[in-house]
Design a protein around this ligand. Structure first.
Ligand code: ADE
Length: 229
């Protein structure tokens, strides 16, 4: 089971996330989910973690010495070497955009370290010397990396054995091999008829082969034009 450490200035922001069923299931199955507050390890006075950018400009930048101290405190080694042992992922809007392929890749890792930034982001030397990966959850700028780290954790943790409770849940979901990498088919539940809007007849037929075929057809027809992921 995977081990994930999240470095953040706001560990308390993860409390709701960590209480979600798929996370508690994974925790019960051996997931280790830890948090490190950069502020707890800063070598600077008064809990300082950030500074103004050289060259001027708006905002504050998370300092490289602060990130180094936090990584060193957690792992007891020079963080420059940490990448040999685990993926160290900096969440940044300009990173590789998270998609199903990357989620699968990361979910298969034994251990991940997530670095969330705040303010204007990280001193570039954090990305250059400590991070093995830069990941973005989309081409827009969030006020900080916590939500991005949570998105990544959510997607990776639900892939862990036992996280979803029902082992088939992830088999036929959007972008899965069972759907040829395509989006998921439409779902319906009771009532079978509501305001004249009825559920497709085939789903009520109990005919499993026809249902499977209909779902695959629906998934195929929902694909965006262009190459599959
Ligand atoms: N930090 C701020 N914006 C972000 C984004 N879009 N993805 C990842 N980390 C971020």
């Amino acid at each position: 089971m995977i081990e994930i450490d999240v470095f953040t200035l706001f560990p308390e922001a993860f409390a709701w996330f960590a209480s979600q069923r798929h996370v508690t299931n994974a925790l019960a199955g051996g997931l280790r989910l830890g948090y490190v507050n950069y502020r707890d390890h800063t070598p600077l006075s008064a809990g300082q973690v950030d500074d103004t950018p050289f060259g001027g400009g708006a905002g504050m930048v998370l300092r490289v010495d602060v990130v180094e101290a936090a990584l060193r405190a957690r792992y007891g080694r020079d963080p420059v070497e940490l990448g040999d042992a685990r993926r160290v992922i900096a969440l940044t809007p300009s990173g590789r955009v998270l998609d199903e392929a990357l989620v699968q890749e990361l979910a298969a890792e034994p251990a991940l370290t997530l670095l969330s930034g705040r303010y204007e982001g990280f001193d570039e030397r954090v990305l250059e010397h400590f991070a093995t990966d830069r990941v973005s959850i989309g081409r827009y700028v969030l006020a900080g990396g916590e939500l991005a780290a949570m998105v990544l954790c959510d997607a990776v943790i639900r892939k862990q054995p036992g996280a979803l409770g029902h082992e088939d849940s992830a088999v036929e979901e959007s972008f899965s091999a069972a759907l040829e990498g395509g989006p998921e088919y439409p779902h319906y539940t009771r009532p079978a008829e509501f305001r004249g809007w009825s559920v497709p007849e085939v789903l009520l037929s109990g005919h499993h082969a026809r249902i499977r075929e209909w779902r695959l057809d629906q998934s195929r027809s929902r694909r965006q034009p262009g190459p599959l992921p």
